[in-house]
Design a binder for this molecule. Structure first.
Ligand code: IPE
Ligand code: IPE
Ligand code: MG
Length: 246
């Protein structure tokens, strides 16, 4: 198994190429320890680091993670502010590691509602890693699937109004070009931790044919071993994409 940094990605045949994770359960993990919710978010961030590092050995080419939803603004001001400062600290601290690990970092979601300082960090991380050829790490921050489709539709409508797109030519292929994820393949496997069996507005369009794993483990307890087990289980699935079995 390769352990070196800066390596090119090795793709495991039969494994999921693109894994998307709804990292849920930080609050409950903290509560179980009698600690504030932010304690759980910090533990979750440390966990993420380990999972990202494990990706090359596990053959995961694209990892997309749900960090903050368009609905998460409904939380207390203390929690939202704590999460926003955690994102800033995390990106600042990890920036060099992203490059060292040859990680290509991208953000999806409506970044215009985020603080300018955070937007700058996100832009810097994308710029600094744009030549990286290893794992593609995509962070969904202020992301909602419905919001993404609405924003895509708005931009498409503008192009129609400008005469750049003929409405009669609009099909799935045209539409995906307006989504935040247009450079990414669709997720093969979507994992949600914490026992909730819902997708909470994550990658609605892109997950049309994804496989799902809902597991009880809370995100701060999600180890590379648990991750590896789920990936091994994926290999035995029969994805038919609507076709009849051979
Ligand atoms: C997921 O953990 C992290 C974010 C949504 C930012 P939660 O904060 O939702 O944790 P639970 O679901 O309350 O346990
Ligand atoms: C989904 O978790 C969003 C993230 C993990 C960032 P939530 O905890 O916000 O979802 P619900 O409210 O349980 O559906
Ligand atoms: Mg939750």
């Amino acid at each position: 198994m390769l352990k070196s940094r800066n390596m090119e990605q090795s793709f495991t045949p039969g494994g999921p190429r693109h894994v998307a994770i709804i990292m849920d359960g930080n609050g409950r993990w903290a509560k179980a320890r009698g600690r504030p919710r932010l304690f759980g978010h910090h533990a979750g961030a440390r966990r993420l680091r380990e999972i990202v590092t494990a990706c090359p050995d596990l053959g995961v080419e694209y990892l997309t993670i749900f960090a903050f939803s368009t609905e998460n603004w409904k939380r207390t001001q203390t929690e939202v502010a704590g999460l926003m400062s955690l994102f800033k600290r995390y990106i600042t601290k990890e920036m060099q590691a992203f490059v060292d690990e040859n990680l290509r970092v991208r953000f999806i979601g409506d970044r215009l509602r985020l603080a300018p300082a955070l937007q700058d960090l996100m832009d810097n991380a994308e710029e600094l890693t744009k030549h990286c050829t290893g794992v593609n790490l995509t962070v969904a921050l202020n992301y909602g699937g419905r919001d993404e489709v609405a924003r895509a539709t708005k931009r498409l409508a503008k192009d129609v109004a400008l005469g750049k797109v003929d409405p009669d030519d609009v099909d799935e292929e045209t539409f995906v070009k307006y989504l935040d994820t247009y450079v990414l393949p669709d997720p093969d496997l979507v994992i949600r931790t914490s026992g909730e069996a819902r997708i909470s507005n994550f990658l609605l369009w892109q997950s049309a044919y994804a496989e799902y794993e809902f597991i009880d483990t809370l995100w701060p307890d999600f180890s590379p071993e648990v991750f590896a087990k789920l990936l091994a289980g994926y290999g035995v699935r029969d994805r038919r994409f609507g076709a009849a079995p051979a």
